[in-house]
Design a protein around this ligand. Structure first.
Ligand SMILES: Nc1ncnc2c1ncn2[C@@H]1O[C@H](COP(=O)(O)OP(=O)(O)OP(=O)(O)O)[C@@H](O)[C@H]1O
Length: 232
């Protein structure tokens, strides 16, 4: 049985019908990428899992239990972590305080900090610095590190490479790749080569539906399947 299953999920913003029956699944231990053009509903799919945009029809099951109707904090308590597109770090807190705040269990603080600092050594150098003074790339590293130390069973990662310089993207990709060895992730990523590199499987989303899916190893970013749905 899959760790996460979406079955015919419909979601709206007001009267705008955004998700028109999304079906997908994520197995424990997998990295699954959601790819597709801007505005097709990838972020909304993550929001529908988190119950930030609760589905009006369809099911979201996590460990075979429905998440629909729960509060977002209850979804988080069940082990679903979120690394949002806009990062949402606490800019007035230091790097270390941001990490400590994301570690659920007091006994886990030192191992959590080691995990974060192993993944992103620059965060250890900056541990006493206010997070708001970090560069964009370092803030993204902190956001990812907060997700990693959260002891989640599933991480929803939204556009980790967005707005970052290529060298920083490479660092972020390396850390996500290392983290994915013992994490399960559903990843929204516009950078298709990066998405395919990180993921075991992909789903292509178009107009609020999954229109294609497959094994990431079996395709390359210039495949016709992607050209059809991803080119502007
Ligand atoms: N809060 C909102 N209120 C109204 N419409 C919204 C809201 N958020 C997103 N939308 C619209 O919903 C549609 C899907 O947005 P979504 O963010 O899920 O797309 P996406 O595939 O993640 O693309 P992007 O990479 O641009 O975020 C878009 O047309 C967007 O304009």
């Amino acid at each position: 049985m899959s760790l996460l299953e979406l079955d015919g999920v419909h979601a709206y913003y007001g009267d705008s019908h955004i998700l028109e029956g999304v079906d997908l699944s994520v197995e424990a231990g997998e990295v699954v990428a959601l790819v597709g053009r801007n505005g097709v509903g990838k972020t909304t799919t993550l929001r529908s899992i988190l119950q930030l945009t609760p589905p009006r029809a369809g099911e979201v099951r996590f460990r075979e239990e429905s998440l629909v109707g729960l509060e977002t904090h209850e979804v988080a308590q069940r082990g679903v972590g979120w690394i949002p597109e806009d990062r949402r770090i606490f800019s007035q807190l230091t790097v270390e305080e941001n990490l400590r705040a994301a570690i659920p269990d007091a006994d886990g603080v030192s191992s959590g900090l080691s995990l974060a600092f192993d993944a992103f050594p620059i965060l250890e150098e900056r541990r006493g610095q206010d997070a708001g003074t970090l560069s964009g790339g370092q803030q993204q590293m902190l956001a990812i590190a907060r997700g990693l130390v959260g002891e989640n069973d599933l991480l929803l990662v939204d556009e980790p490479s967005e707005g970052l310089a290529p060298q920083i993207v490479a660092d972020v990709a390396e850390a996500l790749s290392a983290a994915s060895e013992d994490a399960t992730m559903l990843l929204v990523e516009q950078n298709l080569p990066l998405a395919l590199d990180l993921a075991d499987r992909f789903y292509i989303v178009d107009n609020g539906r999954v229109v294609d899916d497959g094994d990431a190893d079996a395709v390359s970013a210039d495949d016709e399947r992607f050209r059809r749905y991803l080119s502007a």
